[in-house]
Design a protein around this ligand. Structure first.
Ligand code: ZN
Length: 361
């Protein structure tokens, strides 16, 4: 009797222990089930808002002495006296940049992993965009990825001819000259929308040159009023380029250069904002002077040759508005002379380390 009761008691104990154990097991499973998805979701990289590291990619705005450079385009406004100083980008700069920009390096250049079973792993998430677009960004299209710079090799004498303020009736003639010598250049364009101008944009791309942003309105007072005002103008010219040619411009040049009489209070904040969006801007270390009052064919030629001869890597400022016939006329002579001096020509793209002026503090 006693023994049977003890047995029953023992069985009850075992039963209740199992019940408790079962309960605990269920509880643990339930808990896991709750936790897991939450954890993995939280860890998904594409959900995190990554702030681009502008430090690591920002052009090294090394400030150093170099030839003072005269201001760009005297057209709409008279420039202030303060002359920007070229930050002679450290000698190791630049690159052999091929033609049209906005090209990512070919996928084939990346190491291809040796075959793995296709199904074994889910496809990795779409390559995470380098810059994540914050919610409520008024310009979600204004983000590009910034590649690393390809270092300029010592001894490589390279000239980047750049033409501002086109397109115009002189764009195709300039393209014809460039074609004749088989060289590529860069066109920083403005907001012109006639069919002829749009055709010039398309031709520029088709012939392998870089199409880049200058400004839509070229109205210093309005575009440099604030980063928002700058973005508004930038967006218009970016859209015109993109809608007309399909090219996503990744590089740009400030109207009047990055240092001018209108952006002293806003230059840094505008540059910071454009860096954050992945864009790269280029000033110049050679000024043809073709926008200066009293410029002649001879002065344009001399300016380019004399100033370029000081550098292994020259970014040459010229203009392509309809008034710049002298520039067009001097182009063959300039190209031939620079070739005889051992220079090659290339178009800018975002892998070329910029030459930029020293921004005001
Ligand atoms: Zn301009």
């Amino acid at each position: 009797m006693k023994r049977r009761r003890r047995t029953r008691h023992l069985r009850n104990v075992i039963l209740s222990l199992s019940a408790v154990g079962l309960f605990l097991l269920c509880a643990v499973m339930f808990y896991d089930g709750l936790l897991d998805p939450a954890l993995s979701n939280g860890a998904e990289p594409e959900h995190t808002v990554s702030v681009p590291d502008s430090e690591s990619t920002a052009p090294s705005l090394t400030i150093s002495s170099a030839a003072p450079v005269s201001q760009e385009e005297s057209e709409p406004v008279s420039e202030t006296a303060s002359e920007p100083v070229v930050s002679a980008a450290p000698p190791a700069v630049s690159s052999s940049a091929p033609a049209v920009s906005s090209e990512a390096p070919p996928a084939s250049s990346q190491p291809v992993p040796v075959s793995s079973q296709p199904q074994s792993e889910p496809a990795p998430p779409e390559s995470v965009p380098p810059v994540s677009v914050p919610e409520n960004d008024p310009y979600p299209a204004l983000y590009v990825s910034k590649p690393d710079y390809v270092p300029h090799e010592a001894g490589d004498k390279v000239v980047y001819l750049t033409f501002d303020d086109g397109p115009s009736n002189l764009t195709i003639p300039v393209l014809d000259v460039l074609d004749r010598y088989g060289i590529k250049a860069t066109f920083f364009v403005v907001g012109k929308t006639s069919e002829e101008d749009k055709e010039a944009l398309r031709e520029t791309v088709e012939r392998g040159h870089t199409l880049a942003v200058h400004t839509y309105t070229h109205d210093y007072a309005s575009i440099y009023a604030s980063p928002e005002a700058y973005l508004s103008d930038f967006s218009r010219i970016r859209n015109l380029i993109y809608d007309t040619t399909g090219v996503e411009p990744t590089i740009y040049r400030y109207a009047g250069g990055s240092v001018n009489g209108y952006n002293k209070g806003t230059a840094r904040s505008i540059v910071t904002e454009m860096d954050r969006r992945g864009y790269t801007y280029y000033d110049w270390n050679v000024d043809s002077g073709d926008a200066q009052h009293g410029a002649t064919g001879e002065s344009i030629y001399r300016n380019v040759i004399d100033q370029t001869s000081r550098y292994e890597k020259a970014i040459v400022l010229m203009h392509n508005s309809g008034a710049k016939k002298d520039t067009l006329d001097q182009l063959p002579r300039i190209i031939e002379k620079l070739q005889s001096m051992g220079y090659r020509f290339a178009a800018l793209d975002a892998t070329v380390e910029p030459i930029n002026f020293r921004l005001p503090d």
